[in-house]
Design a protein around this ligand. Structure first.
Ligand code: CO
Length: 136
């Protein structure tokens, strides 16, 4: 089940450049983390209960590098917090929704994540994320 907006993901050429604007609004970077399996470095800005995720590519063939080459910097995805990503994955799949991955995978912060293809979500890349405790 979906609870709230967890974060908005923004593709940036450089976290060091991009952070200046957000920090000028008084927002603070909680942490910076590299996610090798996604080919990205991630900086999380705290915005109340939600966050802004700055995404910088770490290799030329990463999804963020491809996005930047096609569209330039900007909003990349909307992430909704789920209390059970596997259950949401199964429900969406049963309804014919196109998901990007065969099953949920580990993302930044050890979260379990899945993505809904934009063509099933009105042109929006939607990420579902569940806090990353170990699970059976
Ligand atoms: Co995200």
């Amino acid at each position: 089940m979906i609870g709230r907006i967890d974060h908005v993901g923004i593709a940036v050429a450089s976290i060091e450049e991009a952070r200046r604007f957000w920090e000028s609004l008084g927002l603070v970077i909680d942490h910076v983390e590299e996610v090798p399996q996604e080919g990205v470095r991630v900086a999380m800005l705290v915005v109340g209960e939600s966050r802004i995720e700055l995404l910088e590519s770490t290799r030329p063939d990463s999804p963020i590098a491809t996005f930047l080459a096609r569209r330039g910097p900007g909003i990349h995805h909307l992430c909704l917090a789920s209390d059970d990503v596997r259950a949401d994955d199964a429900r969406l799949r049963a309804a014919g929704t196109e998901l990007l991955r065969p099953e949920p995978t580990r993302g930044a912060g050890g979260c379990w994540i899945q993505f809904v293809h934009p063509k099933s979500a009105g042109g929006v890349l939607v990420e579902l994320s569940q806090d990353g405790e170990e699970r059976a």
